[in-house]
Design a protein around this ligand. Structure first.
Ligand code: SAM
Length: 206
C-alpha cells in the first residue's frame, strides 16, 4: 500500500494524493445498478429530467451516465486530481465535472436531484450535521436525494474511516427534520469495501 502524507479527509490534498497515487479502493469503476434502475423507473413513469448535482463525484461514471441519457447534470469535486482523473476516465462527458467545494457551490438552476455515493461516508462524523444542512439548503421542497449510504448497527462498530459508517437510527435522526425516506433496500453490486453495509435510499426534501 502507498505511504500517505495527508491524513485529513476534510482537506482536498488528502484526496489529491490518493488519486495521484492511484489508490482509490472506493472506486466502483462503473454505474451502480440501483441508480440505473432509478433512472429507468423515472423514464417509464415521467419524461421529466431532473436537474442533478453529484457532490464528491470522484471519477464521475454516474455523471457520464446521466448526461448520456440527456439529464442536466453537474458533478463536483474539490480535489483537482479527482477532477483531472474524471475528465480522463469519462472523456467527452468530463465537461460535466467541475472543481468545487460542496459547502460553497451554488447551482445555476434549481435542483431536482442530488445523487450521492461514498461522499457522506468519506467525511468525518463531526461534519455530518453540516453535510445534511447543506443538502437540505441545496434542494427545494419535493426534490430528491438518492444514493448509497454506509451503515453499521453492530454493538461495536468500527470508528475508523474513511469510509465512516453511521448507525441507521442516527442517520434517520439527522435527516428527519428535512427529509422523508421514500425508498430503501440492500445493495446487490457493492464492491468489497462497502459490501453488506451499504443501502440504497431515496429521500424527499420536506
Ligand atoms: C471516497 S471518494 C468517492 C468518489 C465517488 N463519489 C465514488 O463513488 O467513487 C470521496 C470524494 O469526495 C470528494 N470530496 C470530499 N469533500 C469534498 C467537498 N467538501 N467538496 C467536494 N468534494 C469533496 C473527494 O475529493 C473524493 O473525490
Amino acid at each position: 500500500m502507498a505511504d500517505f502524507i495527508n491524513r485529513d479527509p476534510r482537506n482536498p490534498q488528502f484526496w489529491d494524493e490518493r488519486f495521484e497515487k492511484n489508490f482509490t479502493p472506493w472506486d466502483k469503476g462503473n454505474v451502480p445498478a440501483d441508480l440505473q434502475a432509478f433512472m429507468q423507473t423515472r423514464l417509464q413513469t415521467t419524461s421529466q429530467a431532473l436537474n442533478t448535482l453529484i457532490p464528491g463525484c470522484g471519477n464521475g461514471y454516474e455523471a457520464a451516465f446521466l448526461a448520456q441519457a440527456g439529464w442536466p447534470v453537474v458533478a463536483i469535486d474539490f480535489s483537482p486530481a479527482a477532477v483531472r482523473s474524471a475528465q480522463a476516465v469519462i472523456g467527452e462527458w468530463g465537461k460535466h465535472v467541475i472543481e468545487a467545494d460542496f459547502f460553497a457551490y451554488t447551482p445555476e438552476q434549481p435542483l431536482g436531484l442530488i445523487y450521492e455515493r461514498a461522499f457522506f461516508c468519506a467525511l468525518p462524523p463531526a461534519m455530518r450535521a453540516d453535510i445534511v444542512k447543506r443538502l437540505a439548503a441545496l434542494l427545494p421542497a419535493g426534490a430528491l436525494l438518492a444514493g448509497y449510504f454506509f451503515f453499521d448497527d453492530a454493538p461495536d462498530p468500527s470508528l475508523k474511516g474513511p469510509p465512516f459508517t453511521i448507525r441507521s437510527a442516527a442517520f434517520h435522526e439527522l435527516m428527519s427534520p428535512y427529509f422523508v425516506l421514500l425508498e430503501e433496500r440492500a445493495v446487490s453490486d457493492s464492491i468489497p469495501v462497502f459490501a453488506g453495509k451499504e443501502r440504497w435510499q431515496v429521500w424527499q426534501r420536506l
